[in-house]
Design a protein around this ligand. Structure first.
Ligand code: 15L
Length: 268
């Protein structure tokens, strides 16, 4: 029996993964600061703060891998977001190390590289960080922290630069950046099961026709997305002209409107 600890399990991606990662021979241990519903699926439910090193170390004991989703998912004042996202990343990795867990999957974000611009080819997943917000800085630091724990301790760490992970694409940008719930499940499954991946950064994006983020790094760990936001394009584009992907600031930069959001203001 393998055991996977998921932090931030009550959040939207956590709830998507609860059903998609369940499989025979695997136990899910779901941790969140808010109490979770016992749906009768056999998952082990823990109520704890992911920024509490002692609680996290205890939660990691007996786990084979950690999927670290806990964090504030958008822009906030620095003190607030660094206390949760930066400290939380350190604590997830350090708790895993102390408990002997050798693999950690980190929920990074496209906003770690939000100022990257659309070019001729696909943007590689290992393109240098170019954060667009304080939130993006915490995600770039998450990737750096993961790289540190790999280099120092030989842990397998896969950072997922997640795009727009929602039930459906909802605006023009998300026609390129959407990560469908099922592809999110496929991506995390690949990150959990790839043989000896070492340290990787992978885009979390579906096989969208309008995608400009590379899938090569994901394919290298066995992530093969099956969904395409284009199925929703007619609905989204119904009331507007064809978008200007090269000229619209919300479309030619990876982070979209986050590049214009007030630093420290609330978003996401
Ligand atoms: C993120 O990282 C946010 O958590 C999410 O709410 C969306 O804003 C997403 O990025 C996105 O870029 O669409």
């Amino acid at each position: 029996m393998t055991r996977i600890l998921i932090t931030g399990a009550a959040g939207s991606i956590g709830r998507m993964l609860r059903t998609r990662l369940a499989q025979p021979g695997r136990a899910l241990r779901l941790l969140d600061v808010v109490p979770q519903e016992d749906t009768g699926d056999g998952a082990e439910l823990l109520t704890a703060d992911a920024t509490d090193l002692e609680a996290m170390t205890a939660a990691c004991h007996g786990a084979d891998a950690v999927v670290h989703l806990a964090g504030i998912p958008g822009e906030r004042p620095w003190q607030q977001i660094s206390a949760v996202n930066l400290d939380g990343t350190y604590i997830a990795l350090e708790a895993a190390r102390r408990a002997g867990v050798s693999r950690v999957v980190l929920a990074s974000s496209n906003h770690a590289a939000g100022f990257s611009e659309r070019g001729d080819g696909d943007l590689p997943a290992d393109a240098a960080g170019a954060p667009d917000t304080f939130y993006g800085v915490t995600k770039a630091a998450m990737e750096a922290m993961g790289k540190l724990y790999h280099a120092r301790f030989g842990m397998d760490v896969i950072a997922l630069r997640i795009g727009s992970c929602f039930p459906e694409p909802f605006n023009v940008r998300s026609l390129a950046t959407w990560l469908s719930p099922d592809d999110c499940g496929r991506l995390v499954e690949a990150a959990l099961t790839a043989p000896s991946p070492g340290y990787r950064v992978v885009w979390g994006v579906s096989a969208n026709t309008r995608r400009w983020w590379s899938l090569a790094e994901g394919e290298a760990i066995g992530y093969h997305p099956a969904d395409d936001a284009e199925a929703h394009a007619a609905r989204i584009l119904a009331a507007q002209p064809e978008p200007d992907w090269a000229g619209d600031p919300d479309l030619y930069r990876a982070g979209g409107q986050f590049c214009r959001t007030e630093l420290g203001g609330s978003s996401g």
